[in-house]
Write a protein that binds this ligand. Structure first.
Ligand code: PDD
Length: 283
């Protein structure tokens, strides 16, 4: 089946879906994006993804290129045209195409928008969750506004992880605390059973899956502590895991080559993964 992408007002065959060479997303990474899970053909937590998109756009002073209602229709139409039942829908909004200049383009330059959707094999996520994933740690050398969903050090960090046989890289700040993963939020379960994750300040992206897991943790009566933790503490933790819209909850079983707990996915991460969609919104 041929894939379809939405590009600046038109649905195009994937292979012909192009943005202009002067699009500022291409030239400067001058844009923001969202990745929303699709489940049973419906969007998971669309409302929260749209709220975060607006926050990111406001912070970068980029206009939403269409009304929220129209955007919601485009997201659904892209999912429908690609016949995605379980997968993701991706959207990127850029500051538009204009003659290359670091400063913002003239007022009235239309923002650019791209939407794609693709099927993800649910079995693959389940297989990974059954085995657990490895992460490595890297210095957090990103800019000071990582709460805006926009990225390049993340790409380098993820590649470093892949080259070392791991699936994710955890950024570590100058004080030695883990901030987040290159495309996920980071969590541990302490030896005492408390679930710990860093507060959603400017040091991390406030993940939508993170918000869902906070609700899931509360519903399960688990103790939650929002505080920073070091990679060393994580290695000595009972469990560790990551969250992201595209991964839900993935247990982490190795950090920088050292096993976490007994080196297998733990019961807390497994239960949070199982219960996740009870606490997510479908629309
Ligand atoms: N990444 N931190 C970073 C740096 C991320 O890129 C992501 C998501 C998250 C988790 O956020 P959420 O729970 O809203 O997905 C945290 C998406 C999935 C991506 O880039 O593909």
């Amino acid at each position: 089946m041929s894939r379809i992408a939405y590009v600046n007002g038109r649905y195009r065959p994937h292979g012909e879906a192009m943005v202009h060479v002067e699009d500022r997303g291409f030239q400067f990474s001058d844009g923001v994006y969202e990745v929303c899970e699709v489940r049973g053909g419906r969007l998971v937590d669309e409302r929260r993804h749209m709220a975060r998109l607006k926050r990111s756009l406001d912070a970068l002073r980029i206009a939403l290129p269409m009304s929220s209602a129209a955007l919601s229709i485009v997201l659904r139409e892209t999912v429908r045209r690609n016949r995605v039942r379980d997968g993701i829908v991706y959207l990127q909004v850029t500051r538009g195409a204009a003659r290359r200049d670091h400063a913002f383009p003239p007022a009235g330059t239309a923002p650019g928008i791209v939407v794609t959707a693709r099927t993800l094999d649910p079995g693959r996520g389940e297989r990974l969750a059954a085995e657990g994933i490895a992460v490595i740690t890297v210095p957090d050398n990103r800019w000071g506004r990582v709460d805006i969903k926009s990225v390049l050090p993340n790409v380098l960090a993820k590649q470093a992880a892949r080259e070392q046989g791991a699936r994710e890289a955890w950024f570590v700040d100058a004080q030695g605390f883990v901030t987040e993963g290159s495309s996920s939020n980071a969590w541990i379960v302490t030896p005492g059973g408390a679930v710990v994750t860093r507060p959603a300040d400017h040091g991390i992206l406030s993940g939508i899956a993170r918000a869902v897991v906070l609700d899931t943790v509360a519903a399960q009566g688990l103790t939650l502590i929002e505080r920073a933790f070091t990679a060393k503490e994580a290695q000595a933790a009972r469990e560790a895991f990551v969250t992201a819209a595209s991964q839900i909850v993935q247990p982490v079983v190795r950090i920088d080559g050292k096993p976490v707990g007994d080196g297998r996915p733990g019961p807390v991460a497994t239960a949070l993964r199982r219960e996740f969609h009870r606490h997510a919104e479908l629309s």
